[in-house]
Design a binder for this molecule. Sequence first.
Ligand code: NDP
Length: 461
Amino acid sequence: MSEEVDLFVIGAGSGGVRAARIASGYGASVMIAEEFRVGGTCVIRGCVPKKLLVYASRFHDEFEDAKGYGWTLHEPTFDWPTLIANKDKEIARLEAAYTSNLDRSKVKVVKSRAVLVEPHAVKLLATGETVRAKHILIATGGWPSVGKDIEGHEHVITSNEALHLTELPKRILIQGGGYIALEFATIFNGLGSDVTVVYRGDNILRGFDEDVRAHVRTELEKRGIKIITKAIVEGIEKVDHGLCVQLSDHHQQILVDKVMFATGRRPNVKNIGLEAAGVALNDKGAIAVNEYSQTNVPHIYAVGDVTDRIALTPVAIREGHSFADTVFGGRPTKVDHTDVPTAVFTEPEVGVVGLTEAQAIERFPKVDIYKATFKPMKATLSGRDTRMLMKLIVDGMTDRVVGCHIVGADAGEMIQVVGIAVKMRATKADFDATMALHPSAAEELVTMRTKFATRVREAAE
Ligand code: NDP
């Protein structure tokens, strides 16, 4: 006889794990299936291992900067296998912690691929067992997309493999101009690789504020990262000393050791039985959900990257929690997807919350812009050639700060806190009334007295 549960969760990543634990806390019987490793993209092959590599890559600057502050260091050396082994140990520790937290929450974890076979039934492929469930949550995440097959596509790695390379590539070409491409470009550059970024558009970080895009590009180029825009990789050929990459840009060829594509991620919707359960997709190929994360099949919900709303860990966690509150806690809860702070862990780092200048102009008749670029204090004695950018976007009618954009050290840490003020609808006058903390870079956010520009939307004809 098949087992019966109140909730069956497919996928033990950030969203699925949170939903399972909270639902169980409300008294539901919960089973969660994971075919790979508990923790999902964020813990196993995303945010966490990436950030550990980011930390590793930043020591390069620290060693160089130390000289200006009086330190004499012998030539530092770096060992990639040590970093990867230590990173793997930490990921294994986190995976175990996630699993024991699920156990403690009385959630039954099954290591198997799970496929919907009927609207209320899931088959565990590892055992052939069928589990019946009153509610089902699909939290299967996303997977790197490498686009259409090109000649030599078998040589392409994605961020998944980049985290497990046996040696540090001397030369790497990365295609893409988004989060993953630029974070890995920064990591490899910091660790000593020769890095070329190839991006199909005019400038990297499409969707970010234009000043941020220009500033980050300049800073990355100053660090020696080559950025080729308006080009794509057309083919890859294995040659004696590496991989010869053919670009569309004037038929340029580049010789490298590794080619990585960071060309977006797609929702994991294939072969999980969506058709058998009648679950519909939206026009982006993601599971279509309403504001409660409910699919077109009323007892089936979906959260996280598989729904392609905002592909960020904290968003998936919030969606998973809200689902459990709604279905098992008797408290229908919608997730607010506005003003979500986000960071790109490049060097320098990017931290953003709210609207870009262009988005604000579309939304408000009058927009005030405040911005500052300056040499951070630490760069004075170190002599490092770098500048920070801070920009506030203000609704000119209400004085509300509707966007904040930071490029520079600790931008991610700063934007998390600024995010509270923006969420609370703080005005520019509130920012100005806040006493500066000196000496810090963040004080710039509360001392921007002079307006850089006022943009007035032209009246529609
Ligand atoms: P992004 O959407 O950020 O970037 C994808 C890049 O690939 C874009 O520059 C895109 O170009 C380009 N691209 C897409 N298709 C092709 C193609 N066929 N040929 C050439 N170039 C192509 O995706 P990522 O993979 O970098 O990251 C996925 C998501 O994961 C992010 O959007 C983010 O939500 C999340 N993430 C968050 C991180 C963080 O919080 N720090 C870190 C890493 C990921 P174009 O701009 O022209 O579309």
